[in-house]
Design a protein. Structure first.
Length: 280
C-alpha cells in the first residue's frame, strides 16, 4: 500500500523472511519505521550498543535513520514477519504502546499470548497481500498487532502523569484545527492547567502551548509541501485565527514565509528532477 508519508499513518509494505543460520542485516539505516515479529527460532537485535536476544513472539522496532543490526541464531535461525510504516501520527502513536519505553517487546512465557501476537502479524500480512486490499481493514489489523503486544495498564500513581500527557497529546492531535485553549485540554484530561504545564515540561521539555503550536506548524508545512491549498486555507485548517497570524508564526519558526517555503520546495524539486534527467 503506497501512501503519502506526510499522512497520519501509512503502511508501506509487509513481508516474511526465513533466515539461514547466522544470516545478518546491517549495520544499516531505514527511511521509515519497521516492526519485526519473530515467528519461530531465535536471533539478536543490536541498537545503540545494546544487544537483545529474541525468540518466537518477541518483536523489535527500527526507527527512521537509526543504525541497527540483527542476526539469526546459528543453530535455531529465526523466521520473522515485518511491517514498514510511517506518518505524522506515528511518533505519538508509538508512545502509547510497548515501544514507548523500549525498542523491543519481550513476549511473556505464555503460549496463548505468543500465538496471539503471531496471529495478528500474519493477519496483517494476509490483508496487505490480498487483491483489492481495504486500507481501513489494514489499519485495523495494524492496531490489533500493537494492542496484542500491550502489557498491563499502569496501576501506580507514578504512572498517571504519563497517562495525562498521552491523553492531552491525543486531544490536540484530533483538535488542533479548532480554536482550542490550554484550559480546554486540561479540562478534557481532568487536571488543572498548571499541573498539565508541569507534566509537559517534565516529560517533553516544552509547554502544552508550544506543543500545540509545533503540531500546527508541522501540519501546515506538510500541507505546503504536498497540496495546492491556499495559504488562507492552510491557516484555517491548522487552527490559526487568520493567514496573517499563520505567516507570522511560520516565519518566526522557520525564517521563511509560507509562500517562500513552498516556492523553495518547488524549486528544489525541479532542480532534483532536472538532475535525474541528466545523462550519467
Amino acid at each position: 500500500m503506497n501512501a503519502d508519508p506526510s499522512g497520519t499513518l501509512s503502511i508501506y509494505f509487509c513481508g516474511t523472511e526465513p533466515c539461514t543460520p547466522g544470516h545478518a542485516f546491517g549495520p544499516a539505516v531505514r527511511p521509515h519505521y519497521l516492526i519485526h515479529v519473530v515467528l519461530d527460532g531465535k536471533g539478536v537485535y543490536k541498537r545503540n550498543g545494546e544487544t537483545y536476544h529474541l525468540k518466537a513472539g518477541d518483536a523489535f522496532l527500527i526507527s527512521p535513520m537509526e543504525s541497527t543490526y540483527y542476526q539469526a541464531d546459528t543453530k535455531e535461525p529465526w523466521r520473522y514477519a515485518w511491517v514498514g510504516f510511517d506518518g505524522m501520527s506515528v511518533e505519538d502513536l508509538l508512545k502509547r504502546t510497548c515501544f514507548g519505553s523500549s525498542c523491543v517487546y519481550f513476549c511473556p512465557e505464555d503460549e496463548e499470548k505468543r500465538e496471539a501476537v503471531i496471529a495478528r502479524i500474519l493477519e496483517l500480512l494476509d490483508s496487505f497481500l490480498s487483491p483489492g486490499q481495504n486500507s481501513l481493514t489494514l489499519m485495523g489489523y495494524f492496531f490489533q498487532l500493537l494492542g496484542s503486544m500491550q502489557g498491563q495498564e499502569p496501576s501506580s500513581r507514578e504512572d498517571y502523569p504519563r497517562q495525562y500527557l498521552v491523553k492531552a497529546m491525543e486531544y490536540m492531535n484530533n483538535n488542533y484545527s479548532y480554536n482550542i485553549r490550554i484550559s480546554d485540554i486540561a479540562s478534557y484530561v481532568g487536571v488543572d492547567r498548571s499541573y498539565l504545564y508541569r507534566i509537559f515540561m517534565e516529560e517533553e521539555h516544552i509547554s502544552p502551548k508550544q506543543y500545540l503550536m509545533r503540531l500546527r506548524l508541522r501540519t501546515s508545512a506538510s500541507m505546503l509541501r504536498t497540496s495546492q491549498y491556499t495559504i488562507t486555507e492552510i491557516a484555517y485548517s491548522c487552527g490559526f485565527r487568520d493567514a496573517a497570524a499563520f505567516c507570522s508564526q511560520f516565519r518566526k519558526a522557520t525564517g521563511f514565509t509560507p509562500s517562500q517555503f513552498r516556492g523553495y520546495l518547488e524549486s528544489e524539486t525541479k532542480y532534483a528532477q532536472h538532475s535525474l534527467d541528466e545523462p550519467v
